[in-house]
Design a protein around this ligand. Structure first.
Ligand code: HEC
Ligand code: HEC
Length: 230
């Protein structure tokens, strides 16, 4: 298992980024060890929680709870819920922010102040929390056709009622603003961390009204939907 215990400052990390192969290998190794780390292991859980509440080396400005809520419920606007999302997905996003594959000024700095080991710890912490979300910010209801569009274009990867599958993360109860932002980022190829460009392709097939409708639809699906047996 490759885990470098030394802290990475942004300057050092930039240097490391030039060593593309080494970073790639580290990511692969980490993806493998994420599966082996049990979120129920108290040692991991406690240090992940500490980072979530304190921001780690970056300090209070980067404390996850400030923007993602004390229970990982998100801020109902631009910061998504993290509670209950798959650990592997969360950890990959932190790596992608640090590498710039998913460009975002704030999350880039947040991720770069953590070393790879700490990213795994904090991902496991949020994955182990019970799913939580704020109620939809707006009372605007989606057009009924949004459900059919979702079933047609998105469900194969994101699951019935947006609960997620091995092919795609959960989307249910994420803020509509956040969801629309992600789809627009993919349409512009700004976010480009999806393997095989599956999301770039899915998003580029949507017009602006469809982006809006799908986002409103997904934001209103409760976290614990009654999903009919398939
Ligand atoms: C100052 C506010 C702020 C802080 C502090 C912050 N985040 Fe974020 N986070 C955001 C925003 C805004 C986004 C959405 C960015 C985008 O559009 O890609 C985000 C996105 C994410 C995502 C992507 C989730 C998904 O569903 O794809 C992860 C993972 C994440 N943050 C983890 C963390 C962790 C872990 C910490 C603490 C170490 C943290 N964030 C601290 C604002 C913040
Ligand atoms: C072929 C599989 C596939 C299809 C079809 C697909 N997605 Fe995705 N989607 C993914 C994957 C994989 C990711 C995660 C990419 C990554 O690692 O960041 C993702 C991520 C997302 C995210 C970001 C979630 C977050 O927390 O940031 C949104 C929003 C999204 N998809 C919406 C949609 C919508 C809407 C559709 C239908 C129009 C759709 N997807 C169709 C595979 C798919």
């Amino acid at each position: 298992m490759f885990i470098d215990p030394s802290p990475h400052r942004p300057g050092r990390l930039r240097h490391r980024l030039r060593e593309g192969t080494a970073v790639l290998l580290a990511c692969i190794a980490l993806a493998a060890c994420t599966d082996r780390m049990q979120p129920t292991d108290d040692r991991w859980g406690r240090s992940g929680e500490l980072i979530a509440m304190s921001g780690g080396e970056g300090g209070a400005r980067y404390a996850c709870a400030t923007c993602h809520g004390t229970r990982g419920e998100g801020n109902g606007f631009d910061a998504p819920r993290l509670a209950g999302l798959p650990a592997g997905y969360l950890q990959k996003q932190m790596e992608d922010y640090a590498l710039g594959l998913r460009p975002h000024a704030v999350m880039r700095d947040v991720a770069r102040f953590l070393d790879s080991h700490e990213r795994v710890l904090v991902a496991n912490h949020y994955a182990a929390l019970p799913p939580q979300a704020l109620p939809p910010a707006s009372s605007e209801t989606p057009d009924p056709s949004a459900a059919a569009l979702y079933a047609d274009a998105c469900q194969s990867c994101h699951g019935v009622a947006g609960i997620g599958t091995a092919e795609g993360p959960p989307l249910n109860a994420q803020p509509a603003f956040y969801l629309a932002q992600q789809l627009q980022d993919w349409q512009k190829s700004k976010r480009r961390n999806d393997g095989r460009h599956v999301m770039v392709e899915a998003a580029q097939r949507l017009d602006p009204e469809q982006v809006r409708q799908l986002s409103l639809h997904l934001a209103r699906i409760p976290l614990h939907p009654v999903v009919a047996a398939r």
